[in-house]
Write a protein that binds this ligand. Structure first.
Ligand code: MG
Length: 255
């Protein structure tokens, strides 16, 4: 079911968006060569406790997950594309890491992700991140009342195709509200003027994720982490946005 939020509800969703943004900003500062993924998760968990927020991930157990996630942060490193389960691993020079974080505050959810390189970056990794960020910006720009979801999807996919990347549409954005995953689905590729009409009050996450060499993934033996089939590196960025008559509001915008 697709729910539309009143202007007052959108205002009520701003604090959780700002909190998620602040955690990702702090994590981006903390992530460095030698920092363990479990430290990043513990750091985010401490911020959750201090804020009195509730993790959307720790008890998350969908049909595609082998067991409850058990952590509060997704840490996807290099060939890990999505749902990276934090494990005992110290980041190495040049690692491309994506951090995906969702919590609820006062009953409202926000979901956002960033990609970054620790230490000395490979130019092709910076280009991949830049393309993914540009796709997110294009998707947000297309998220206008009167457009359809296909316009958002096509805007994302166009950026990928222009960069020579293929797109996996098995996982994409989603409605966000009282829970982390709701309708509508937001595919990372599609056809303009098709799909759900974008109406004021619609809140959803846009989350392009692209891999250098493939659009195929497999599940790591940890039961959660999705890795590129060919070992190529992946980038993933995400914002939770709201449709309004005055254009999209990026609820998880970082200062
Ligand atoms: Mg997310």
């Amino acid at each position: 079911m697709i729910e539309l939020r009143t202007p007052a509800e959108l205002d009520a969703m701003r604090p959780v968006g700002q909190f998620v943004a602040s955690v990702l900003t702090a994590l981006a500062e903390k992530a460095d060569v030698g920092v363990n993924l479990l430290e990043l998760d513990a750091f985010a968990h401490a911020m959750i406790r201090e804020r009195g927020a509730e993790s959307c991930y720790i008890d998350y157990h969908p049909s595609f997950g082998a067991m409850p996630f058990g952590k509060v942060l997704c840490t996807s490193v290099n060939d890990a594309a999505l749902h990276g389960l934090p494990h005992d691993y110290a980041l190495q020079d040049g690692d491309l890491v994506s951090l995906d974080f969702a919590v609820s505050v006062d009953g409202w959810v926000a979901d956002s992700a960033i990609s970054l390189v620790v230490g000395t970056p490979r130019p092709e990794d910076l280009a991949l991140i830049e393309t993914t960020e540009r796709a997110l910006a294009a998707g947000i720009a297309a998220a206008q009342a009167g457009n359809r979801m296909g316009d958002v999807s096509a805007a994302i996919g166009d950026v990928a195709h222009a960069a020579g990347l293929s797109v996996n549409t098995d996982f994409g954005g989603h409605g966000v509200g009282r829970t982390m995953h709701g309708d509508p689905h937001v595919p990372n590729d599609g056809r303009p003027r098709r799909g759900y009409p974008l109406k004021p009050g619609l809140v959803f996450a846009i989350e392009p994720w692209f891999m250098h060499g493939t659009d195929q993934i497999f599940t790591d033996p940890d039961g959660w982490t999705l890795r590129s089939l060919d070992g190529s590196r992946s980038a993933h960025v995400e914002h939770t946005i709201a449709i309004t008559n005055d254009g999209p509001i990026v609820l998880t915008a970082r200062p």
